[in-house]
Design a protein around this ligand. Structure first.
Ligand code: FAD
Length: 328
């Protein structure tokens, strides 16, 4: 019989239709290890579960509850909620952690309602104190840090991608089969699936550890090449302000902020970005913020760890040369 984990924390891990474990698995398991023993729930398409379970062990899962079903690739969310509810009833966890992705938020809301537990969304960390589990959030565009705790049930927490630094030690997980009842609740049907082709060798913006972003100050789509040069020399993802996107310098998928992507990288470099509240909402939890702006009064300097008051067209080429020389 499987030994029961002490203080289990249930973690729902995503698996792509082609079988890859979601990139946020390490931080979800890292957060779980901080407050208990990570027990992963993996619901994968046929033939994809074992590899994903092994990968989850390498990222710190002590136990994996694994289901393989063709339906997971043909219906949105419903299978994940059904499986997670069964795992919850089986494990009796002290918390459930789910990615704060579009699908993760959908699963978390439905799961919390179905199991009558409290939902804490968009967390940047979890901890324990004498009274139980504390969830950390960064709200109002990063202007306030807030801690939340549940007053009934257990916390169902969605974790912001890139928000958690904790990583769990690799484990050799027990892998148990998860048999769950399909409730047949209404679900949107997935008609077809096309893997997104990586258009560049740069890291994706979501979850990137380094981001170089450009704003209106960059001035044109052509000059955005300068932002990309700095990103490439640092191995960073490229981001942008909304004005840069609206002006057509880069596609909308680059937008960082309230109505774009939220990032929490180790390093965020803002070039020609003023630091409006809506932009800060998506990057203020970056560990180190560097700003280059010719206006010494720019709001971005209020949150920057390092600031350069200057023309980006003078500063950035020098920075690129210095970094390139250092690499050689
Ligand atoms: C509902 C709502 C949602 C929004 N969502 C978002 C969002 O998700 N993301 C977002 O970014 N914005 C968002 N905005 C827009 C936001 O309010 C700002 O308008 C936007 O962030 C400003 O972009 P910017 O910093 O590039 O431009 P600006 O505010 O115009 O700043 C440009 C900066 O570049 C500097 N500069 C100019 N030339 C140079 C140079 N040669 N060298 C160095 N510095 C230079 C200037 O000094 C200035 O500080 C939203 C707004 C609303 C109302």
């Amino acid at each position: 019989m499987t030994e029961l984990a002490v203080d289990p924390v249930l973690v729902l891990l995503g698996v792509s239709p082609t079988g890859e474990l979601a990139t946020n698995a390490a931080e979800l398991l890292g957060a779980a290890a901080r407050i208990g023993t990570p027990v992963a729930v993996i619901i994968a398409g046929p033939g994809h579960g074992q590899d994903a379970a092994t990968a989850a062990g390498a990222r710190g899962a002590h136990r994996v509850l694994l289901a393989e079903t063709p339906y997971v690739d043909s219906a949105l969310t419903a299978q994940l909620v059904d499986g997670l509810v069964t795992a919850y009833e089986r494990v009796n966890p002290s918390a459930v952690l789910i990615a704060n992705s579009i699908e993760g938020r959908d699963v978390a809301g439905r799961f919390a309602v179905r199991t009558q537990n409290a939902l804490a969304v968009d967390a940047i960390g979890v901890d324990r104190d004498a009274e139980g589990i504390i969830v950390h959030h960064s709200v109002y565009g990063g202007a306030y840090d807030v801690d939340s705790a549940v007053t009934f049930g257990i916390p169902v927490v969605t974790i912001r991608e890139g928000g958690v630094e904790d990583r769990a030690a690799a484990a050799n997980p027990t892998i148990d089969s998860l048999e769950y009842v399909q409730t047949g609740r209404t679900a949107a049907t997935i008609v077809s699936f096309t893997p997104e082709q990586a258009r560049s060798s740069r890291p994706a913006l979501r979850g990137a550890t380094r981001v170089v972003a450009g704003g209106r100050g960059v001035g044109s789509a052509e000059d955005f090449a300068l932002v990309e040069q700095l990103a490439d020399v640092l191995g960073a993802a490229v981001g942008a302000s909304r004005v840069a996107v609206d002006s057509g310098y880069v596609p909308h998928s680059y937008q960082v902020g309230q109505t774009g992507v939220s990032v929490a990288p180790q390093l965020y470099i803002a070039l020609g970005i003023s630091g409006a509240i809506q932009h800060r909402a998506g990057m203020q939890t970056a560990k180190t913020i560097v700003a280059i702006n010719k206006d010494p009064e720019a709001l971005i300097f209020e949150i920057a760890d390092f600031g350069v008051v200057g023309d980006l067209f003078t500063v950035v080429p020098q920075l690129v040369s210095a970094l390139t020389a250092k690499k050689e």
